[in-house]
Design a protein around this ligand. Structure first.
Ligand SMILES: *[C@@H]1O[C@H](CO)[C@@H](O)[C@H](O)[C@H]1NC(C)=O
Ligand SMILES: *[C@@H]1O[C@H](CO)[C@@H](O)[C@H](O)[C@H]1NC(C)=O
Ligand SMILES: *[C@@H]1O[C@H](CO)[C@@H](O)[C@H](O)[C@H]1NC(C)=O
Ligand SMILES: *[C@@H]1O[C@H](CO)[C@@H](O)[C@H](O)[C@H]1NC(C)=O
Ligand SMILES: *[C@@H]1O[C@H](CO)[C@@H](O)[C@H](O)[C@H]1NC(C)=O
Ligand SMILES: *[C@@H]1O[C@H](CO)[C@@H](O)[C@H](O)[C@H]1NC(C)=O
Ligand SMILES: *[C@@H]1O[C@H](CO)[C@@H](O)[C@H](O)[C@H]1NC(C)=O
Ligand SMILES: *[C@@H]1O[C@H](CO)[C@@H](O)[C@H](O)[C@H]1NC(C)=O
Ligand SMILES: *[C@@H]1O[C@H](CO)[C@@H](O)[C@H](O)[C@H]1NC(C)=O
Ligand SMILES: *[C@@H]1O[C@H](CO)[C@@H](O)[C@H](O)[C@H]1NC(C)=O
Ligand SMILES: CC(=O)N[C@H]1CO[C@H](CO)[C@@H](O)[C@@H]1O
Length: 409
């Protein structure tokens, strides 16, 4: 029996290795920029993912509030950044040689601390007394690692020494941001092992040892993303928590939350031509990231932004969209970390949130080979036993009946 398992296991690993890449990745740090960017310690990663019929361009920027920009173009298009203008966040400093088919961006807009007096884990955004806002641009962002190869591109950034020079508020603590771009469909390596496609980027946020407000007894944190791009500005984005089957990769979590951009005039089918965000509603509270040390996340309805231009001003997205953003989708999405009775942020001073940003259709979790194998053994073995018993009964009854009929003659 053991040998059978070993053989099956080998067979499965062979299948898994045999998967092919859907897009070729190439990436650059401060693309086409010389010493100017080095002197400024700039981190702007450009990732180009070429497919057979189109190309996805990603820009990850840490000047201002961290932001991610995605553009789908024909394979012949190339990116052109006017760096001098980009430094001062001028509009149209990011251009493509051909008009993109679709564009979309996400800004890591705010970290919101709230005082959850009654342990409901639900934030009241209108209650200004019990909330504090941290702006990620006031962290000092350092590049910790940039791994570039043909299968994935990883950028690890760390924000420290929060100092809000406008309000004169400083805090200690670290925000770790990890961005990964991929070339094919697979599960990512870190928990919660999100299923990503060749069209998605994973963003992992860790709030570690952040100083909480001394006047708050029950601090929790929430993260606000600003989503901007092609989509109807008047229709709210759809937030859809779905049941999901997989718990081999993410034990104990049976849900994924999906956010889709609303339709847009140039789209034939927004289900396949828009962008999405996707996450599992789990936040880990220790570095080890196991289920026993995790809590939940809560999502809220998308919020309108009154002035689109001023919302994206001073971020990379303004460099591409400029004032055109007024007629495009611009909405805020808030996700708070924690659930009733988990002991608040102060229990471990550690919270994570992992999500995907992607183009097209969010991937659906499929039964994995291991699960299929277990199911087939679980169903197959009793079936075989039943068959054998049935056959045995048939065969053993046959001569008997013969002899009975013979005797009765
Ligand atoms: C690319 O285009 C060709 C011809 O138009 C088509 O046959 C093929 O299915 C397309 N591939 C993808 C991945 O869309
Ligand atoms: C990039 O843009 C600048 C300014 O608009 C232009 O002078 C330059 O020729 C462009 N480069 C390419 C390769 O298109
Ligand atoms: C907390 O509970 C108390 C008593 O039940 C109630 O008066 C108060 O409004 C609640 N506070 C919040 C923020 O929900
Ligand atoms: C939210 O806070 C505001 C201002 O403190 C208050 O008027 C409102 O009732 C609160 N809403 C909820 C649902 O607690
Ligand atoms: C650039 O970053 C490095 C490493 O993070 C740091 O040591 C250096 O002081 C920074 N330089 C400037 C000009 O900010
Ligand atoms: C924060 O920034 C302000 C203005 O740039 C500076 O005066 C102050 O010393 C800084 N505080 C800390 C703790 O670095
Ligand atoms: C900022 O706050 C610190 C202490 O929190 C104080 O010492 C400093 O004078 C303040 N600076 C300004 C410009 O208000
Ligand atoms: C703590 O919260 C109070 C009330 O919201 C605010 O006035 C104060 O600036 C906050 N302190 C810090 C360090 O954020
Ligand atoms: C939006 O904000 C920008 C920059 O702050 C300003 O120039 C513009 O007039 C504002 N638009 C509206 C409609 O308020
Ligand atoms: C990725 O995007 C391309 C269109 O550019 C699409 O043809 C393909 O189906 C997408 N892949 C997935 C897994 O959604
Ligand atoms: C590292 C850590 O804090 N691990 C904890 C995870 O949860 C179990 C059970 O609640 C604790 O016993 C561990 O100490």
């Amino acid at each position: 029996m053991n040998n059978v398992f070993v053989l099956l296991f080998l067979f499965i690993t062979l299948i898994e290795i045999g998967c092919s890449t859907q897009r070729t990745l190439r990436s650059w740090l401060n693309y086409d920029c010389d010493t100017k960017c080095k002197d400024k310690n700039l981190t702007t990663v450009y990732l180009r993912a070429d497919g057979p019929n189109d190309t996805l361009h990603y820009l990850w920027d840490f000047d201002g509030n961290p932001s991610v920009f995605l553009a789908l173009t024909l394979p012949s298009a190339s990116l052109n950044i006017s760096w001098e203008d980009f430094f001062i966040k001028k509009k149209n400093s990011i251009k493509f040689t051909e008009e993109p088919i679709y564009t979309f961006g996400v800004i890591f807009n705010k970290i919101i601390e709230f005082n959850d007096k009654n342990d409901t884990a639900i934030m009241n955004i209108t209650n200004i007394v019990d909330t504090n806002v941290l702006h990620p641009m006031f962290f000092q962002w350092d590049r910790k690692a940039l791994i570039q190869n043909t299968e994935f591109v990883t950028l690890n950034m760390e924000g420290n020494y929060y100092n809000d020079s406008i309000m004169n508020i400083s805090r200690y603590g670290t925000v770790k941001l990890s961005l990964i771009g991929f070339c094919s469909l697979d599960h990512s390596e870190v928990m919660p092992h999100m299923l990503h496609t060749e069209n998605s980027t994973q963003i992992d946020i860790i709030l570690q040892n952040i100083e909480t407000n001394k006047t708050f007894t029950n601090s929790r944190f929430a993260i606000e993303l600003l989503v901007a791009g092609e989509g109807n500005p008047d229709i709210p984005m759809f937030i859809n928590p779905k049941k999901s089957l997989d718990d081999e990769h993410t034990p104990g979590i049976f849900e994924v939350v999906e956010v889709r951009t609303p339709p847009y005039k140039s789209m034939d089918n927004y289900q396949t031509e828009g962008a999405y965000l996707q996450w599992r509603p789990v936040s880990y509270t220790t570095i080890s990231r196991d289920t026993t040390n995790s809590t939940e996340t809560m999502q809220y309805s998308p919020l309108k932004v009154s002035n689109h231009t001023s919302a994206i001003m001073n971020t990379m997205l303004y460099c591409y969209y400029g004032d055109k953003i007024d007629n495009l989708l611009t909405q805020r999405i808030i996700v708070s970390l924690g659930t009733k009775g988990d002991g608040f942020y102060k229990r471990t001073y550690y919270s994570t949130w992992t999500f995907l940003i992607g183009y097209g259709t969010p991937p659906d979790e499929q039964f994995s080979y291991l699960v299929i194998m277990i199911i087939s053994i679980g169903l197959g073995l009793p079936l075989i036993i039943l068959l054998v018993i049935g056959l045995y009964l048939c065969i053993s009854k046959l001569p008997k009946r013969n002899s009975e009929t013979y005797l009765s003659q």
